[in-house]
Design a protein around this ligand. Structure first.
Ligand code: SF4
Ligand code: FE
Length: 482
């Protein structure tokens, strides 16, 4: 049975031995670290829900490669139903965690590399597609979590990779051998890297003919020798090291960002999926970005559900849930959130088959989806802060609430709705604070803005696919303009 139980996942991921640093210190037993520990739970729950018969169709699918039931996170989309179920799965998981569950970048990378390796082979007679399928079968059979790695540090933004004063600003091949390649560089903003077994590396932009060394795609174990990880800071991260629960906002679930450095890492030949075919790097990036822009129509809508629920609840806890202004703001939040979901479903339903046989989304609609994602969570968040009130920014600590000296005073003055305990109201305010300006806000706002490409990247794609000429012809025909 390829599906791992949550416990098996936990055991397997603990075996990963990383060269990891945080606050300048080397971290051993990384999975026990209080800052990292709550980031494992959102991935663990992807394994848990896959075991639940209620969610079988959404969380799993039958692999066309192994003919077995596999996690949807390792599946190659076979029809538009798969594309739609992917978005549903993402919404479901975000509803259970209220944060980023980290596994989608790998899923989107798998689907983008699958069709691109097929296309490269068609043009050059290479065998990348078969190599990729062999690797993917292992991923599916062992139910591995794969991290997708795309973003390079990029150095001087005004210069191409080949023009940088330091050639390592974009990850590149530094040596080609009979049995494989040696790569050097870095991949930054690596969501859930430590919680993944494998990393699937892709180029970050469209390369030119003098940039073959940068046109590289491969997969390695995340703990491969030569890889150094530096843990990314997040707002309120050290609150997790205090001996308290509520102050972190969302104590059990949290995203994870890692700065990953590849210091001359050997990649065996059978794990290399692109080696110099620069003319396919742009296509790979576009496909990956399209899939990931679709993803946000699911996961951000799921986090939105949790935030809307928390906002409606705080209105109740504050005793204002019946006020017409509050109800109207909640309606607006729902309207914006469902619009994101509509876009995710629309670009999936309008998907099409690639020459490799898998399905990809409608690119124009996926880009419109992501463009809305760069805006609506900010408005939803603003409305949540509006209803939540100024206490989101001024609440004293959990230790004060529990202190013998000031605790009783706080409990007296933080009482609102008489039927709600101060402790529950306190917990919820912290959750809302976290969603507005803490770790949840990172994935709900900053990541919505920059993840899968900043807003301008979508506008470029929207312009390319806008078919303005066709639209002009429509009006010419209606008005009989010659
Ligand atoms: Fe998945 Fe959303 Fe996290 Fe991206 S931000 S990995 S789509 S949950
Ligand atoms: Fe993301």
């Amino acid at each position: 049975m390829p599906l791992k139980t949550p416990e098996e996942y936990l055991e397997s991921i603990k075996k990963q031995k990383y060269n990891l640093y945080m606050f300048g210190e080397k971290i051993d037993n990384w999975y026990e670290h209080p800052i990292i520990k709550p980031t494992i739970n959102p991935v663990k729950i992807t394994y848990e829900l896959a075991q639940d018969p209620r969610y079988q169709d959404v969380m799993t699918s039958i692999s066309q490669l192994t003919r077995e039931r596999v996690s949807r996170f390792t599946h190659v989309h076979q029809n538009t139903g798969d594309l739609v179920n992917k978005v549903k799965m993402q919404r479901l998981l975000a509803q259970h965690t209220g944060c980023c569950f980290q596994r989608c970048v790998g899923m989107d990378g798998i689907n983008a590399v699958y069709s691109t390796t097929y296309d490269i082979d068609q043009k050059y007679g290479t065998d990348y597609h078969q190599r990729f399928i062999n690797w993917l079968k292992k991923v599916q059979t062992e139910d591995l979590t794969v991290d997708g790695a795309m973003t390079d540090p990029k150095g001087d933004r005004g210069k191409r990779p080949s023009e940088q004063s330091d050639p390592d600003m974009f990850l590149r091949i530094v040596e080609e051998r009979e049995d494989g390649i040696i790569v050097r560089g870095a991949k930054i903003h690596q969501t859930g890297y430590l919680n993944s077994h494998e990393v699937l590396v892709m180029p970050t932009l469209n390369m030119k003919d003098d940039e073959k060394q940068y046109s590289v795609s491969f997969a390695v174990n995340t703990a491969t020798t030569g890889i150094t990880c530096i843990y990314g800071r997040q707002p309120c991260d050290t609150r997790k090291m205090e001996d308290c629960l509520c102050d972190t906002g969302n104590p059990n679930y949290c995203g994870q960002e890692v700065f990953v450095i590849f210091g001359d890492v050997f990649v065996p030949k059978e794990r290399v999926f692109m080696q110099g075919e620069y003319d396919f790097s742009g296509q790979l990036v576009t496909r990956f970005a399209g899939y990931h822009r679709q993803s946000y129509g699911g996961c951000k809508a799921g986090v939105g559900d949790v935030l809307i629920g928390a906002t409606a609840l705080i209105a109740e806890y504050n005793g204002v849930e019946r006020a017409s202004a509050v109800r109207d703001k909640l309606v607006e939040m729902v309207h914006l959130n469902e619009t994101l979901y509509c876009c995710g479903i629309a670009c999936s339903s309008e998907g099409h088959k690639t020459p490799a046989g898998n399905y990809e989304i409608d690119f124009l609609l996926a880009n419109v989806c992501k463009q809305n994602v760069t805006r609506f969570p900010y408005e939803i968040s603003r409305l949540s802060e509006d209803i939540g009130g100024g206490i989101l920014a001024t609440l004293p600590s959990e230790k004060d609430l529990n202190s013998e000296e000031v605790g009783p005073l706080l409990k007296k003055y933080l009482k609102a709705n008489p039927s709600v305990s101060v402790e529950n109201r306190f917990k919820l305010i912290r959750f809302l604070e976290n969603a507005s300006m803490g770790t949840t806000a990172l994935s709900y706002k900053i990541e919505s803005l920059h993840g899968a490409g900043s807003p301008q990247a979508q506008r470029i794609m929207i312009e390319r696919q806008a078919e303005l000429q066709k639209k002009k012809e429509l009006v010419k025909k209606i008005l009989e303009l010659s």
